[in-house]
Every structure is written in structure tokens, then in C-alpha cells.
Design a binder for this molecule. Structure first.
Ligand code: ZN
Length: 284
């Protein structure tokens, strides 16, 4: 009986193992393995979190120590790109070459502080100051212009020719003291922005006793004659009336600029108040 029972039991167990391979022991083993896995996964997760937090901490430390490092990602706070005028476009060589008679100088295209034309001469013309200097290419045409005016009984005197950077600085500062910066900027270029630094600009007067530059000069015989005839000698009225928005300066009937006869004649044919900026299609 016991033997049969034992046999039966073994047979049943064998069958059980065949049909139910997972015994209690196995279930327990699997449960233990599962728990292990869970523990392992939790450990890995915590490690990952610690790792991520350390990275974040290090990044925040870096930006705290280098606040400038954040800036490239933020929109530019510089007002030059948004609110003010766009940067000047590159000009052709005949407007930028320091030896060119059509060298352009205005509020957007200045000269360097150390620029001095290397071919300045003294033209010995009537002037209100001791020595007037201008670029050699403009000297002879200027003399011819003055002589032509004399033939019509118009006496022209030069009040300014070449003006150095340093002298212009003094002139500008004096003017600011006198009338304030806003008004000064309409009539007086800052140092480096004056055409007189090129040696190609001259200021005229018909009154040798005065250096005063007044708008009423445009109504004098001399002022009228200059406006009509200066181009024949290579000079242009540089800051005409009503062109303030183009030139950046108010009407200066005494200020003429040498550009050469070819250019001045071509400009005059387009209109007696034609500006360099219009002629060369220079947008500010
Ligand atoms: Zn001038």
C-alpha cells in the first residue's frame, strides 16, 4: 500500500512537473528575482536623477560665474540694430580714396583723427586769416574763380580752407558751448566729420572785416555769383537750402567744395542745388 502510494505520489509529481513546470520553489525564486530587479531599477533611476541634478547644478554654477555667457541666446539689446539708421553701405573707391577729388565726407562717412592731406599748399588768395591751406589740385581753380569774380567787381575772401582735426574739435566744442549740442550739430561738424579736413572745402565771404558766416550771404552779389559760377571752376555749393535732410546740415551759402570741373559741371546740369549724396545715390 505505502509502496503504491509512494509510486503514485511520484507519478503525480512527475505529471505535475510536466503540466505545471513552475513549482512553489520556482515561484519563490522568480519572486526574489523580480524584487531584485525592482531594487536594481530603482537604484539606477536614483543614480540617473543624481547625475542629472549634478549636471544642472554645474550648468547653473557656470552661468552664475559667467553672466555674459547667457547673452548670445537672448535677443540683442543693442539699439543700433533696431532703432537707429542702418550701417552705411560700402562706397566705391572714388568716394573713399583719400587722394580722390570726390572723397566723400558727411555725417556717416568720417575721416580718421590722424588724417592730414599730404599735398596741402598755400594758394595766396585774399583771406580773413593769416594762412589758408588747401589741397594742391584745388589751388589753381580757386585762384581762377576769385579772379573771375573780381572781373565782375566781386571781391571774395576765404575764411577757411583746410582745418585740422584738433582745430575742428575746438570749433565744435566752442559752438556747443554757445548754442547747445542740437543746434551746433546742424551747422558745425564734429571733429573728423568736417569736409575742411580733406583740404578740398573753402568758406567764402565778401566782407574782409568779418569772419561771420551768415545765411544772408546767399543774397549778396557775391553769394549769387558763386552759386551760378562756382561749378565752372570745379566747386559745388555743398549744403544747399532745403537739402538739410539729405546733407545733414542746414543751408551754408558760404561753404563750397572742390570736386573737379567734370563732376561739378555734371552735377550742376542736374540742378544748381544738387548734392553729392543725390549725385552718387548715397542713402544715409
Ligand atoms: Zn565750411
Amino acid at each position: 500500500m505505502t509502496e503504491i502510494k509512494q509510486e503514485e505520489k511520484e507519478m503525480i509529481e512527475e505529471k505535475m512537473e510536466e503540466s505545471f513546470p513552475i513549482t512553489l520553489e520556482k515561484i519563490e525564486r522568480k519572486e526574489a528575482e523580480k524584487r531584485k530587479k525592482v531594487i536594481l531599477t530603482t537604484e539606477r533611476f536614483i543614480l540617473l536623477l543624481v547625475f542629472l541634478f549634478s549636471i544642472l547644478f554645474l550648468i547653473s554654477l557656470y552661468y552664475h560665474a559667467n553672466p555674459a555667457a547667457i547673452k548670445p541666446n537672448t535677443p540683442s539689446a543693442s539699439p543700433t540694430t533696431e532703432t537707429s539708421e542702418p550701417a552705411p553701405t560700402p562706397l566705391p573707391e572714388y568716394l573713399t580714396s583719400l587722394t580722390s577729388e570726390t572723397l566723400l565726407v558727411n555725417k556717416n562717412y568720417p575721416l580718421s583723427s590722424d588724417y592730414v592731406p599730404d599735398n596741402l599748399v598755400t594758394p595766396y588768395v585774399n583771406s580773413t586769416s593769416d594762412v589758408i591751406q588747401i589741397r594742391d589740385i584745388a589751388a589753381e581753380p580757386l585762384k581762377e574763380l576769385i579772379q573771375a569774380a573780381q572781373k565782375e567787381e566781386i571781391n571774395l575772401y576765404i575764411t577757411n580752407g583746410y582745418i585740422s582735426y584738433e582745430t575742428q574739435k575746438d570749433y565744435y566744442e566752442d559752438r556747443v558751448t554757445l548754442i547747445g549740442e542740437t543746434e551746433a550739430n546742424k551747422v558745425m561738424p564734429k571733429a573728423g566729420y568736417s569736409e575742411h579736413q580733406t583740404g578740398l572745402a573753402v568758406d567764402f565771404t565778401d566782407d574782409p572785416s568779418s569772419n561771420a558766416q551768415v545765411v544772408s550771404f546767399s543774397e549778396t552779389k557775391a553769394g549769387v555769383w558763386l552759386k551760378k559760377n562756382a561749378y565752372k571752376y570745379g566747386f559745388i555749393l555743398r549744403y544747399p537750402e532745403g537739402k538739410e535732410r539729405i546733407t545733414g546740415y542746414s543751408f551754408m551759402p558760404w561753404h563750397y567744395r572742390y570736386v573737379g570741373v567734370k563732376t561739378s559741371t555734371s552735377m550742376y546740369s542736374r540742378g544748381e542745388d544738387y548734392t553729392m549724396e543725390e549725385y552718387y545715390e548715397i542713402s544715409k
